[in-house]
Design a protein around this ligand. Structure first.
Ligand code: PGD
Ligand code: PGD
Ligand code: 6MO
Length: 821
């Protein structure tokens, strides 16, 4: 049995990208005339709308789209995303699974030994497994619910392709919620009547004009606005630039409440209010205490627009069940902020127009519902909700929210669901008493405890007995917490199928892997400017699909062919017919509002621009008339206390926001005597999660000795004999990883950072194996935020760190599988 990975990698390094891909076929775009100088074509990505120089069938250069005045550095990683040794070249099957299928040795999952297949073999196997699982276990045996950050492009959005195709065969277990805002999107509809996290926010020009104090609460927009859900044009950065000037002129006070000195704080040159990690609710309760004690709260607003202030303030003033008064002196030992400073800060908030802007990491921790609820209560006490430049926002760091938006209609996408009236081949709806939908971050619990019960948002979930999982457009072996626990769960799965373009850890832990092409190897259309809806972009195919990869549309058309549903799947339309139809529908919807040329002209021009957007104030209509424009809470008012939540009887999410201690908390909290360092796994500056980690040259611009950086304070480094650039071991009882130390005075004592999305690369398949590159989810805690939202709690995590002693193992994350002949 010859293992030929070395040979495979050597061959790759020796050959140029052009030679590898071979002669490109004529790409079907209006600009396909190829000259010696190459052709510039329009393309798009989460990192920005771009133009690409295609020369000799290869992407030779990338530059920003002219409408993007603040392009990200990340577009320099795009070429490496297309051409790298981790690209999946062929359909592949795990060695032992191919031999023994559902009886395979599942403990071998992760050893990365794979066998090459033809497309026909692979799709036959995929179909056979769907048949076997549907006929043996029924729909409760199949999980195809996971979704994630699929590449941009409305048509090729890969999760929709996978789910439509699989659903044409049979029903399956699906999910509710997401990893981004799991707690926020469940709690805020009870409090403010909407998820808030995915809603448009007050426009930046109005904030710049009216706000006097702007609080960035656990929020790093300068870092996180680099990527957007659609093709970004980064207009929010123009407003951040103006904000910087206002800060320098002393017109607006910006304060970043964060344990870490953020990129935004450095850029704006604004103040930081240091806070101990995971302690914000204690601080907020003390702020409420000061506002109330000093009569700085807005009684009229509370009486007119809110319900349930009394039980909350009784709790704050020591008249609740716990009889503890939440004074600043009470909060100081928890949050690390001096009591006088707490009082001063409360006074500052009440002094003039104040805009609170929260990020999302703070709700990605145990009891993550509470800081969002308490934040809304503070904003209600300040009485500025619905005023321009006042009140609260939970989303100004995301996808151009706050950039004045147009009212244009934007193109729809490929349908995720079956067409009306259609049913699957196996239309079995018997989930054997189990739930059809599970909270997304609890899928590992579900696999480990089939039949188990879970409280979720006022209802009871019964876990189905999942035997087969399908992943497309998501990378659970980056996104889910506690990889060693995940290994145990994967022993229970008979079959795992993954469709991706890069050989990441999810492929390594799969049985059947199908190579999709990247967005640069197919044609598509998308919105540019994300929430600002600034225009429609033509995403021209730049090169042919590399190696044996195919578009998700082609892959799933051929899968459906195996059960006779391909015509239903495609609706008898090819890629270009779909693009034209999506464009034409959008054009029709914009008739009389925005002028759009015929499709052919649009495709040639590369884009159609809708012009400038309009200013808007969040919650303004509610403020204007709370009866007519009631918010979507049960009462129609802002709910400071929620009878509905109270009626669920959850001790970890009660009828109003409260302070609750965490299972693990640094700075003197539980567990900190054994593992004193808080690990925050925030979103990466130079990646989108795990996407772009495979871009070798680009990764080299930030990796330390080939490992993911771990940032730590000079004091913590000194105490452990760690120098900048050392390879270190980061560990706790859940796992261990290697990373490269970056000693930085932006980090306080007791706080370290490893950015999420680093590719997991264990030394072997065993539980507890050392991760050689530095995926923080090797160490994170896998518990739900509370019975209400059951969202992920990745930022509740304590660790220790030491210099790595002994020979350093090579990084195993990149370069594909070990190919077995
Ligand atoms: P990505 O790395 O974007 O992460 O988790 P998610 O799984 O979405 O994964 C997308 C995958 O889809 C990549 O492997 C990519 O190659 C593949 N892909 C992209 N386009 C296509 C396509 O067209 N076709 C196919 N077949 N595949 C494609 C993100 C999730 O991680 C999120 S949103 C959040 S907010 C969470 N954040 C954290 C966190 O803060 N801290 C920790 N510790 N963990 C987190 N996990 C969560
Ligand atoms: P993070 O970067 O994880 O961003 O947006 P989110 O707001 O979740 O964290 C923001 C800040 O929260 C950090 O500065 C961190 O120190 C602080 N923080 C963490 N815990 C605490 C705490 O307990 N208290 C306080 N006060 N502060 C705390 C994520 C969003 O970003 C999402 S969900 C996605 S899917 C996108 N992902 C990316 C990405 O992967 N890469 C980039 N460059 N940009 C993104 N934008 C989006
Ligand atoms: Mo997210």
């Amino acid at each position: 049995m010859a293992i030929s990975r070395r040979h495979f990698l050597k061959g790759l390094a020796a050959s140029s990208a052009a030679a590898l891909i071979g002669q490109s076929l004529l790409v079907r775009t209006a600009q396909a005339a190829v000259s010696a100088e190459g052709t510039w074509r329009m393309a798009g990505s989460h990192w920005g709308a771009v133009k690409a120089l295609v020369k000799g069938g290869v992407v030779a250069d990338i530059k920003p789209f002219e409408k993007d005045k603040y392009p990200t550095d990340m577009i320099n990683g795009i070429k490496g995303l297309i051409y790298n040794p981790s690209r999946i070249r062929y359909p592949m099957a795990r060695l032992d699974w191919l031999k023994n299928r559902q009886h395979s040795d599942r403990k071998q999952r992760g050893d990365n030994r794979f066998v090459r297949l033809t497309w026909d073999e692979a799709l036959d196997l995929f179909h056979e497994e769907l048949e076997r699982v549907q006929t043996t276990y029924g729909p409760s045996g199949l999980y195809a619910g996971a979704t994630g950050w699929r590449q941009t492009g409305q048509f090729h959005s890969c999760g929709s392709h996978m789910q439509r195709a699989v659903n044409l065969h049979g029903n399956f277990v699906s999910k509710v919620g997401d990893y981004s805002t799991g707690a926020g999107q469940v709690i805020l509809p009870y409090v403010l009547g909407s998820t808030e996290v995915y809603d448009q926010g007050t426009s930046w020009p109005l904030i710049l004009e009216n706000t006097k104090t702007l609080v960035l609460w656990a929020n790093d927009p300068y870092k996180n606005l680099q990527v957007g859900w659609n093709c970004e044009t980064h207009e929010a950065y123009a407003y951040l630039e103006q904000l910087k000037a206002r800060v320098a002129a002393g017109d607006i006070k910006v304060i970043s409440i964060d344990p870490v000195q953020t990129k935004t704080q450095g850029y704006l040159g604004c103040e930081q209010l240091y806070i101990n990690p995971q302690s914000d609710v204690a601080f907020m309760l003390a702020l409420a205490h000061t506002l109330y004690s000093e009569q700085l709260h807005d009684d009229t607003f509370l009486n007119t627009y809110t319900l349930g202030f009394e039980p909350f303030i009784a709790y704050v003033m020591g008249k609740g069940d716990d009889k503890i008064e939440k004074t600043p002196e009470w909060a100081t030992p928890i949050c690390g902020i001096d009591s006088d400073q707490i009082r001063e800060f409360a006074r500052l908030l009440a002094a003039d127009r104040t805009q609170l802007i929260f990020g999302w990491a703070i709700q990605r921790q145990q009891h993550g519902e509470q800081p969002y609820w308490a934040g809304a209560v503070l904003a209600a006490m300040l009485g500025q909700i619905g005023l321009p430049g006042g009140g609260i926002s939970y989303a100004h760091h995301y996808s151009s929210i706050g950039v004045p938006a147009t009212n244009a209609s934007t193109p729809g996408g490929f349908p995720r669901n079956l067409d009306p009236g259609k049913v699957p081949v196996h239309n079995n709806t018997d989930f054997k008493g189990a739930s059809r939908i599970i909270p997304v971050a609890r899928w590992i619990d579900c696999i480990l405890e089939p039949g188990g019960k879970l409280q979720y948002n006022g209802s009871e979930v019964t876990y189905p007995d999942i035997k087969m999982s399908i992943f497309s457009g998501c990378n659970p072996w980056h996104h889910h917490q506690d990889h060693n626990r995940m290994k145990r769960a994967f022993y229970e799965l008979e079959t795992v199928v993954t469709i991706d373009y890069s050989w990441n850890a999810t492929c390594r832990f799969s049985d059947l892997v199908l190579p999709a092409c990247t967005q640069f190897e197919r044609n598509d259309i998308d919105v540019y400017g994300s929430y600002a809806k600034r225009g429609v972009l033509a995403m021209h195919q730049l090169v042919d699909p590399l190696f044996h990869s195919r578009s998700d549309f082609d892959i799933f058309t051929d899968l459906c062919r195996r059960y006779g549903r391909h015509n239903e799947y495609t609706q008898n339309k090819d890629e270009f017919q779909w693009l034209k139809e999506l464009y034409d529908d959008c054009r029709k919807a914009n008739e009389g509002k925005y002028e759009m040329p015929e499709f052919e002209q649009f495709w040639k021009d590369g884009y159609v621009d809708f012009g400038p957007g309009e200013n808007w104030v969040r919650h303004a209509s509610f403020r204007e008339d709370p009866e007519v424009n009631a918010v979507g809470t049960p009462s129609g008012f802002i709910e400071i206390s929620s009878r509905k939540i109270g009626s669920y009887g959850y001790d970890d999410c009660q009828q109003h926001p409260i302070w609750m201690e965490k299972t693990e908390r640094s700075h003197g909290g539980p567990g900190s005597d054994k593992y004193p360092l808080w690990l925050q796994s925030v979103h990466p500056d130079k990646r989108l999660h795990s996407q772009m980690c495979e871009s070798d040259e680009y990764r080299a611009t930030y990796a330390v000795q080939g490992r993911e950086p771990v940032y730590l304070s000079p004091a913590d480094a000194k105490a452990r004999g760690i120098s900048d650039g050392d390879v270190v071991r980061v560990f706790n009882d859940r796992g261990q990883l290697l990373a490269g130390a970056v000693v930085s005075d932006h980090f306080p004592t007791g706080v370290i950072r490893i950015q999420e999305g680093a590719w997991y690369g264990p030394t072997d398949a065993s539980i507890g194996a050392l991760d050689t590159y530095g995926d923080p989810n090797t160490l994170t805690l896998d518990v739900g935020t509370s019975r209400l939202a059951q969202a992920p709690s990745a930022n509740t995590c304590l660790v220790e760190i030491e210099v790595f002693d002994g020979p350093v193992p090579p990084v195993t994350s990149f370069g594909g599988p070990r190919l077995v002949d």
